[in-house]
Design a protein around this ligand. Structure first.
Ligand code: GLN
Length: 236
């Protein structure tokens, strides 16, 4: 399982979220604390963000198929990349999936950034000419993008029903909404005075981190935080 992190709040540096915390994604790339599947996340990394400049709604991405811990160029630039909205991930590739930057989260449709922490049988997903890779996560991202974010919960429930062994922790953001699902793996939230972090696991030992219960969706906007249970089927 990969590890991912999302931020929505005041402008902060990417390094303050990803590289600097004592148990942040850089450390999680070789020593995650709560990872249930896989020992480390050395198969690449990706950072997506919305630039902190007026009128730029384009998601910007930096992805690599190499381990995050050794990337000196990113380490050099990350302190001056500032954003109100970030989606970052380190990857532990599922057996059989391609090892390439295009298979590394976050994926995008030009509006949203999406990371998937988990695994899903590709046979239950529609073939998509817009998927960035044949990786299961890229196909899942394409399916989520085509259904739309207001249907994210329904999409996860349906894919989960089609593949009961799937783990479907999703993290998406578009600059003003940050949404995550917990479906088969860990997810934590930290409410800071300057914003909200959603992450596969806490990046430090702050006692304010809270666990999101499994099979739930959490949405963060300027209006607040909403937690919703994901039911197996509508009305159940
Ligand atoms: N299945 C995805 C991949 O192969 C994600 C893997 C993960 O969460 N470890 O990249």
């Amino acid at each position: 399982m990969c590890r991912h992190l999302g931020w929505l709040g005041a402008p902060v540096s990417v390094s303050s979220l990803v590289l600097d915390p004592p148990q942040g994604l850089r450390v999680q790339s070789y020593a995650p604390r709560r990872q249930k599947h896989g020992l480390m996340n050395a198969d690449g990394w990706g950072v997506g963000f919305f630039a902190d400049s007026v009128g730029d709604a384009t998601p910007r991405r930096w992805r690599s198929p190499a381990p995050l811990w050794g990337d000196a160029s990113f380490e050099s630039v990350a302190p001056v990349l500032r954003s109100r909205c970030v989606v970052a991930a380190v990857r532990s590739a599922t057996v059989g999936m391609p090892l390439e930057a295009s298979a590394t989260a976050p994926f995008t449709d030009g509006q949203w950034l999406l990371s998937h922490n988990g695994v899903v049988d590709r046979k239950v997903l529609p073939l998509s000419p817009t998927a960035e890779s044949v990786c299961d996560s890229a196909l899942l991202a394409a399916a989520v993008f085509s259904r739309g974010m207001d249907a994210l919960g329904d999409t996860i429930v349906e894919v989960g029903a089609a593949d009961p062994r799937a783990r479907l922790n999703i993290l998406v953001a578009n600059g003003s909404r940050l949404v995550a699902t917990a479906w088969g793996d860990t997810l934590s939230i930290l409410r800071r005075v300057d914003g909200v972090v959603l992450a596969s696991e806490p990046y430090d030992d702050d006692p304010d981190w809270e666990d999101i219960p499994d099979r739930h969706l959490v949405e963060v906007t300027a209006d607040g935080i909403v937690l919703t249970a994901l039911n197996r089927s509508k009305g159940s």
